[in-house]
Design a protein around this ligand. Structure first.
Ligand code: ZN
Ligand code: ZN
Length: 182
């Protein structure tokens, strides 16, 4: 599976919803603004229910740098265990996270950035937004959503871009959307 940034599929929504964090005088992390950019698996047959989150330093005077990549899954450990019985306990724990993603880019500040993420970004609201974005992303790439995922993505509800139109008729429209119109 390969992961694609949410903002590459749903840019208008990402512009409204991307979380960032200003860090100053933290002994372990350079001062600056850090954006948390979720990526999701780009396989429309795979329902892995997790995100890889790129932590990008975006303060212009430093030039952007890639601070960390965080793996986070919002389901229970038993969900990931059932999801694939080929996974070891370690791999199941890594899917759930939040942990630094093993095979992705990290910087020397990755550990403290992960701690800041857990302490100040990752709450129920953020987690629910990720779940909604996941379902919207999967819809956009042409996955046939279960009723549960459709609800989670609020596919028929108002588009978060602010247009006032339903998501499926707005940012959710794409080369696949006609096939799955309800
Ligand atoms: Zn997947
Ligand atoms: Zn929209």
């Amino acid at each position: 599976m390969y992961f694609k940034a949410f903002h590459e599929e749903l840019e208008k929504i990402a512009r409204k919803e991307t979380r960032s964090l200003s860090i100053f005088k933290d002994p372990d992390i350079p001062n600056g603004d850090y954006a948390f950019l979720p990526m999701f698996c780009n396989d429309k047959k795979c329902d892995c229910r997790r995100a890889l989150i790129t932590v990008l330093q975006v303060t212009p005077e430093y030039g952007p740098f890639h601070g960390a990549t965080i793996s986070y899954g919002w389901e229970t450990l038993s969900f990931y265990r059932k999801w694939s019985n080929a996974l070891t306990d370690e791999e199941v724990k890594a899917m759930k996270g939040p942990v630094l993603a093993q095979f992705n880019r990290q910087s020397e500040y990755a550990e403290p950035l992960l701690e800041s993420f857990i302490r100040t970004v990752l709450d129920d609201e953020y987690s629910q937004r990720l779940q909604r974005q996941y379902a919207q992303f999967k819809y956009k790439i042409g996955m046939k959503l279960s009723p549960e995922l459709s609800r989670q993505g609020d596919i028929a509800g108002e588009c978060p871009c602010g247009s006032g139109r339903p998501f499926r008729m707005c940012c959710g429209r794409g080369k696949f959307s006609r096939r799955y119109r309800r």
